[in-house]
Structure formats: C-alpha cells, structure tokens
Design a protein around this ligand. Structure first.
Ligand SMILES: [Zn+2]
Length: 193
C-alpha cells in the first residue's frame, strides 16, 4: 500500500497543472486574437484615411473662380456709352486777331464770346461745325469739351466738317498744340435750364 500513495499525488498534480496550463493557453490565445484584430482595425482606419484625404483636397480649388468675376462686371458697368464720330483734325485758337480776325476787334468789355453767345473757357470750349451748341465731345488722348463756337466757313469746308478747334487763352499755347489727328467721340449734350 505504501507504493500506491505517491501515484495518487502525481495524478492530482498532473490534472491540476494540465487544467491550469489549458486555462493559461486559452487566455493567452484569447488575448493574442484580441490584439491582432485591434491592430487590423487600426491599420484599416489608417488606410481609409490615406484614400479619403485626396478626395477632400479635390473640392478646395472650386472656391477660387468666384471673386474674379466681380471686377469684370464693375468694368462693364463703369464704361460710358459713347458714339465714335471718326478721325478729326484737331486745331487750337486763342482770342487774338491772328486767330479770330475781325471778331477780335468787336469785344466791348474784353469778354470773349463764342458763336453760341456764351463766354469761352480754356480747356472746355471748342469750335466745331455741324454739331449743335452744347454737344459734349471726347477727344481721344485729351479730354472732354463742349461745342460753344463755330470755325469760319472755309475752314469747315476744307476739313469736310471733321474739325474741332480747341479754345486757349494764350496764342503761344495754341501754337504749341499745333495740328493733330485724333478720334472724336460723341458723349452727350449739355442740358440748358
Ligand atoms: Zn491766337
């Protein structure tokens, strides 16, 4: 009976160690499988992020064309409506006898009146045939002027009415201006009271 005693103890120990080892291995495999699936999920979200980011970037440039449209619209609105009259001969004159002839001698108060009966102003008044008094003209490269005088008939005939004579105060300034060729535009008319 003395030999059978150690045999019993060995079986119990084997059984307990086997059960313990079984529990430990099952726990370890369970932990490993959980860790593996967690890593796979983490990798999957990282991959998804790589694929989704370019899609977000593609939508960004569509915002830029909107502000470029407004300055073009403003330019169209600001552009004034003008009628091109064509290429004109542009000359200059002053109140002196050389420029005005007999008209220079008939100025009782020294006031220089144009054919329209209005006092002429430098940088504003012009003499032009075939256009009503008060007509606003734009001379390309110069400025806006108002028709308030008439050139002599032979001058109008010489240039076939395509002449604008700009009024200056000084004869030297008129000489300096000389004779030019410029495009003339019709801008409108001065509204009389
Ligand atoms: Zn003159």
């Amino acid at each position: 009976m003395s030999y059978s005693k150690p045999m019993r103890v060995n079986y119990k120990r084997l059984l307990t160690t086997w059960i313990i080892s079984l529990i430990i291995t099952s726990v370890i495999t369970a932990v490993i499988t959980i860790l593996i699936t967690k890593d796979k999920d983490a990798e999957a979200t990282e991959v998804d992020a790589i694929f989704y980011t370019p899609k977000v970037q593609e939508t960004e440039p569509s915002i830029s064309p909107i502000p470029t449209e407004s300055p073009i619209e403003d330019l169209i609105v600001e552009e004034p409506a003008m009628t091109e009259l064509g290429e004109y001969t542009i000359t200059a004159y002053c109140p002196c006898e050389t420029c005005c002839g007999i008209w220079a001698k008939n100025r009782p108060n020294g006031i220089v009146y144009g054919a329209a009966g209005i006092e002429l102003q430098e940088g504003y008044s012009v003499a032009a045939p075939g256009l009503p008094f008060g007509t606003i003209l734009y001379i390309e490269g110069l400025d806006e002027y108002v028709v308030e005088d008439r050139p002599v008939s032979w001058v109008a005939e010489k240039y076939d009415d395509k002449i604008v004579d700009i009024y200056f105060l000084s004869h030297d300034d008129a000489l300096e201006f000389g004779l030019q060729h410029r495009t003339v535009y019709l801008k409108g008319e001065i509204q009389d009271d």
